[in-house]
Design a protein around this ligand. Structure first.
Ligand code: GAR
Length: 215
């Protein structure tokens, strides 16, 4: 079966991109990364893509006079490479309603919190401030409201008494790297049916359950 052609949008370090590149390096993985687009020039993630032999593009948001113009340029760039599906991986731009609609049910995001808790920024410090005993990450389809949309998978990690923002972020990041490729795999192998905002998993994946319960 043809592999799903994926474009990854990044703004920086690209460690989640790396996890996707590593998974897709296996020819048996049902998705391939065909393009990596950054809105910030010269970020580390672009280097990771080049090293993996994947095409890259920079669409600098500062070069566009509106969000709509920027988002249209990103869509054009993705479509020139025949991208069918978009993964946001540390893409730190709010996207427009038009962009969300264009890629409806064809775009997912990873967020460093157990949504619907802590949408937005500073998720690890906020989890510490609230005294959470569990924290984690979520992969979800993108809807217009920031960090919202049908949840594909979550990974939970413990919050330890001695945790700092950095130590907690690093524990969550390790879980992100496992969760994101697993969720993309579920989609690419057509294991998920979407009806409105509700998801049905055709075959409960053992791996997903392991991730959710035991990251
Ligand atoms: C990740 O922790 C990702 O979940 C987060 O940014 C980091 C990017 O790291 N994304 C968001 O906060 C989006 N709301 P990476 O560039 O090393 O993958």
């Amino acid at each position: 079966m043809a592999r799903l052609k994926v474009g990854v949008l990044i703004s920086g370090r690209g460690s989640n991109l790396q996890a996707l590149l590593d998974a897709a390096a296996d020819p048996a993985f049902p998705a391939e990364i065909v393009l990596v687009v950054s809105n910030v020039p010269n970020v580390a993630g672009l280097g990771r893509a080049k090293k993996a032999g994947v095409a890259t593009a920079t669409v600098n948001h500062r070069d566009y006079k509106s969000r709509v113009d920027f988002d249209n340029a990103v869509t054009k760039t993705l479509e020139r490479s025949d991208v069918e599906f978009v993964c946001l991986a540390g893409f730190m731009r709010l996207v427009t309603q038009e962009f969300v609609e264009h890629w409806h049910n064809r775009m997912i995001n990873i967020h460093p919190a157990l949504l619907p808790l802590f949408p937005g920024l500073d998720t690890h410090q906020r989890a510490l401030d609230e005294g959470c005993k569990l924290h984690g990450c979520t992969v979800h389809f993108v809807r217009h409201e920031m960090d919202s949309g049908p949840i594909i998978g979550q990974a939970a990690v413990p919050v330890l008494p001695e945790d700092t923002e950095n130590s907690l972020a690093s524990r969550v990041l390790t879980a992100e790297h496992k969760l994101y490729p697993e969720c993309l795999k579920l989609i690419a192998e057509k294991n998920i049916t979407i009806t409105g905002n509700s998801l049905t998993f055709k075959q409960a994946s053992q791996t997903t359950e392991e991730i959710i319960c035991n990251p």
